[in-house]
Design a protein around this ligand. Sequence first.
Ligand code: ATP
Ligand SMILES: Cc1cn([C@H]2C[C@H](O)[C@@H](COP(=O)(O)O)O2)c(=O)[nH]c1=O
Length: 210
Amino acid sequence: MAGLFISFEGPDGAGKTTVLSAITERFKTAKRTDILVTREPGGNQISEAIRKIILDPQNTQMDVRTEALLYAASRRQLIQETIRPALAANKIVLCDRFVDSSVAYQGAGRKIGEDAVYQMNQFATEGLTPDLTIYVDVPSEVGLARIKAHRQNVDRLDAEALSFHKRVRAAYLRLADRFPERIVTIDATQPVTDVIDQAMTLITDKIKQQ
Ligand SMILES: Nc1ncnc2c1ncn2[C@@H]1O[C@H](COP(=O)(O)OP(=O)(O)OP(=O)(O)O)[C@@H](O)[C@H]1O
Ligand SMILES: Cc1cn([C@H]2C[C@H](O)[C@@H](COP(=O)(O)O)O2)c(=O)[nH]c1=O
């Protein structure tokens, strides 16, 4: 498939959304029209509806496998309706989270098993994998403190215990070790402008290699 698929990953509060919106602005200023920015869960009408159900703090009874399946369902719809058509049109897709999030949050955080969650997602993705994953790394305590300080609405996942978030981060670090050719880590305890510059360099280098 043509195009370029780049995902952004990281623990809650790492700064992915901040970095992605700054990068989007830079591409707009450069008048590039071939960039599609999207997010998981969400990104289109059906996937955003699934997002609401997953993240609703009232849904305390949600079974962990139901949660994993809903993330995969949202992902499937995003792939079919949004990502694949954009790649086929030779666009550069920048996606806030993808399968690595499920492996880290449901596989490790919820303790379903990282391999089991990866395998289950193969059904949803039919093997679609990012060409590059920018992993924005931050200690769990730092990410959660940022959310507490700046965000009014804490969602169902943000509200999990520190031990949950530590398992998520540990799983991300394992993924980065396991797939060094795909996943590049940026230290997000640096000033946000440095994180943005480093992410932008990684993306422009990848575009040049195309
Ligand atoms: N490098 C940084 N240093 C200090 N603060 C930061 C940095 N990056 C982001 N922030 C702040 O941390 C908060 C969380 O950032 P942001 O929403 O971008 O994180 P996120 O990774 O998208 O989180 P989530 O996955 O939970 O949505 C924001 O208020 C943002 O301004
Ligand atoms: C894709 C995906 C996400 N999550 C979690 C991670 C976050 O806590 C929320 C999404 O909210 P964000 O503020 O937009 O980052 O959902 C997950 O647990 N599993 C996944 O596959």
